[in-house]
Write a protein that binds this ligand. Structure first.
Ligand code: APR
Length: 259
């Protein structure tokens, strides 16, 4: 039975305090308060006339590699200009407050890591790990923040030493997720006592299975999201609100500290 709550329930606090293994499963909403547009928000500025799903595919890259590379460099620039928000910081602190914490993210930013989290399982790859589309060799990006593409959105992707094109290190629609990360994420969901689903619409499989795997295995599932999602029915509690506000408040209520 899903309980929509605006304040943090006492039984959630009790469950968190006695949990031996907690999983935090995040989506784009956890980075929203860092200024990073969520995936299904309308694209901003230069990208407002594009549909994200039409840029994040192998076919889009084959069709217009400069447009796709320019979009990912724009997204990487936004991330490098952003800072972790109180949600990322509270999630990083949670690792010091519970016996075992597993962080699984659908996000391709590194804000969890920059908040101090380690061993983050990235199910959809990372903006910071481009690779050669031909030989798979990792490509080292120049340091610093990429300059906003002059006059618009196209940028030529780098060329690998093998002659192949460098592509973003993210999982595109139609591509397989990394096997090790997905297996570890499913295993953690099936073994944990409490799973937080934070800032995700729960629309994209197979990641969206994670909360139901936890619930079927007997865990308490807590959703943190200002709006209702398809995950509502999987959740023990749906705490309505912004992650950057809810997560520090939850840590304060359960452990007497926010970071
Ligand atoms: N705090 C918590 N949740 C928030 C906040 C916030 N401050 N702001 C927005 N949200 C919620 C929105 O209500 C929405 O439910 O975050 C969710 C973001 O949903 P999406 O944009 O669909 O992002 P996500 O669920 O991560 O998408 C999953 O789909 O397109 C693919 O690969 C892409 O990783 C992405 C995946």
């Amino acid at each position: 039975m899903n309980r929509n709550v605006a304040t943090i329930p006492q039984d959630l606090i009790a469950a968190l305090k006695k949990a031996k293994h907690v999983v935090v499963f995040t989506g784009a909403g956890v980075s929203a308060e860092s200024g990073i547009p969520t995936f299904r928000d309308s694209l901003t500025g230069l990208w407002e006339r594009f549909n994200a799903e039409d840029l994040a595919t192998p076919g889009a890259f084959r069709k217009d590699k400069e447009l796709v590379w320019g979009w990912y460099e724009w997204r990487r620039m936004k991330v490098l200009q952003a800072q972790p928000n109180p949600a990322h910081i509270a999630i990083a602190a949670l690792a010091t407050l519970v016996p075992k914490l597993t962080i699984v993210t659908q996000n391709v930013d590194d804000l969890h890591e920059r908040a101090g989290s380690t061993d983050v399982l990235h199910l959809h790859g990372s903006l910071h790990s481009p690779r050669c589309a031909t030989c798979g060799q990792a490509h080292i990006l120049p340091p610093g923040i990429p300059v906003e593409p002059e006059g618009g959105r196209r940028l030529s992707p780098p060329v690998c030493i093998c002659g192949g094109l460098v592509r973003p290190g993210v999982v595109w629609f139609g591509e397989d997720l990394p096997v090790r990360e997905l297996r570890q994420a499913f295993e953690a969901a099936q073994k944990c006592d409490v799973l937080f689903a934070i800032g995700t619409s729960g629309l994209v499989q197979p990641a969206a299975r994670i909360p139901s795997l936890a619930k079927q295995a007997g865990a308490c599932v807590v959703q943190v999201n200002p709006t209702s999602t398809g995950l509502d029915r999987e959740c023990t509690w749906s705490v309505r609100g912004a992650a950057g506000e809810i997560m520090p408040n939850l840590l304060q209520a359960a452990f007497g500290r926010t970071a």
